[in-house]
Design a protein around this ligand. Structure first.
Ligand SMILES: [Fe+2]
Length: 352
């Protein structure tokens, strides 16, 4: 464990708070796409097939004799994608994605000349417990991305701080629409994990932050009435969609049955817009022309050399990409922890 590495995780600039991130008309179209194209899967459904896999990646331990079921660990937060790289999936949202205002915001945040939209997704939820421990969003490196590199290696590379030279520069505009009066905000640690947390509290309607979430620990606050935060019987296949009987309420469905109805005022809608940023034309060319990429072999060699320098004793793996012992070792060595000064969950209504 190398908790001192966690101190390196500070964003390029403090989060910048803006209001009215989307116009009323844009927000209406965003929500309309979400109502018409749902229902939407759980975030966890993207990456996991069994509850044990989730525990394994969060480095938790399963108590002996306990059989895990999904409703013990599922956080009812759902997700959909609105764009990928240069393509916006919904023509009616193109002005939201190819967004000159947001591009200007992230360029300004980085002091960079160029930016391109790269990700556009939403999280949608009703009342929920806290969004897990504070985390960093996954990042990529020139030459090594989700398309050619397993997640464990990308995560390890990011946490090791050895690969900043190749790390993509990114900026996000994260916007919230949440009328509820209990929690539902955002906690982040712009001064590093040992610094004071910055809380952006609900209710919020179009408030957004410009951030670098790959380099800043953050998480969502618990939201909504406590008694509603853990709907019974959730499954990894549960979905979130419009309640067809109403104009603006929502529902969680599991195996064809409604598990929970969520009134519009308890629904929390987060819109995540992300861009790739290039400081200047030179940096843009290096990325697009692949003149300074890193590959698997070099990355693994650098991790091995770093662990040896730290005095860790291990056998050099012959097939590191598939060596479970080696993968376990690097995940353990570069387990950097994170903030421990987590603000208490809100459980009562905030005054209007
Ligand atoms: Fe995140």
């Amino acid at each position: 464990m190398l908790p001192e590495l966690a101190d390196n995780f500070r964003p390029v600039a403090r989060p910048r708070i803006i209001e009215n991130a989307y116009t009323e008309d844009q927000h209406r179209r965003l929500l309309d796409v979400v109502r018409r194209n749902g229902p939407w899967p759980l975030i966890l459904a993207e990456n996991f097939k069994t509850p044990e896999e989730v525990i394994a990646t969060t480095s938790g331990k399963i108590p002996e004799g306990v059989t895990l079921t999904w409703d013990m660990i599922l956080n009812p937060v759902f997700r959909g994608y609105l764009a990928r790289q240069g393509v916006c999936f919904y023509p009616e949202l193109e002005d939201c994605y190819y967004n000159s205002h947001f591009l200007e915001l992230v360029r300004g945040y980085w002091g960079a000349r160029y930016a391109e939209p790269e990700t556009f997704l939403f999280n949608i939820q009703g009342p929920t417990p806290i969004g897990g421990p504070p985390h960093l969003d996954g990042t990529v490196f020139r030459g090594m991305t989700m398309e050619n590199t397993p997640l464990w290696l990308l995560l390890t590379m990011a946490k090791s701080c050895l690969f900043r030279h190749w790390q993509a520069k990114k900026g996000q505009v994260i916007a919230w629409y949440y009328k509820g009066r209990i929690g539902g905000g955002f906690n982040c640690w712009p001064d590093g994990p040992r610094g004071e947390p910055l809380q952006i509290n609900g209710p919020m309607w179009g408030r957004a932050v410009v951030v670098e979430n790959e380099m800043m620990f953050h998480h969502g606050q618990a939201a909504g009435p406590v008694a509603m935060r853990r709907p019974a019987g959730l499954d990894i296949s549960s979905t979130f969609g419009a309640d067809p009987a109403t104009a603006d309420d929502w529902q969680i469905s599991t195996f064809g049955k409604v598990s929970q109805t969520i009134p519009a005022r308890e629904m929390r809608f987060l819109v995540h817009w992300g861009a790739r940023v290039y400081r200047d034309l030179q940096e843009l060319k290096v990325a697009l022309d692949h003149t300074d990429d890193i590959g698997r072999e070099q990355a693994i060699d650098m991790l091995i050399a770093d662990m040896r320098r730290r005095g860790i004793v291990f056998e050099t793996p012959t097939d590191p990409m598939n060596d479970r012992q080696f993968i376990g070792l690097v995940s353990q060595v570069y387990d950097i922890g994170g903030p421990t000064n987590i603000p208490a969950d809100e459980t009562e209504e905030r005054a209007a």
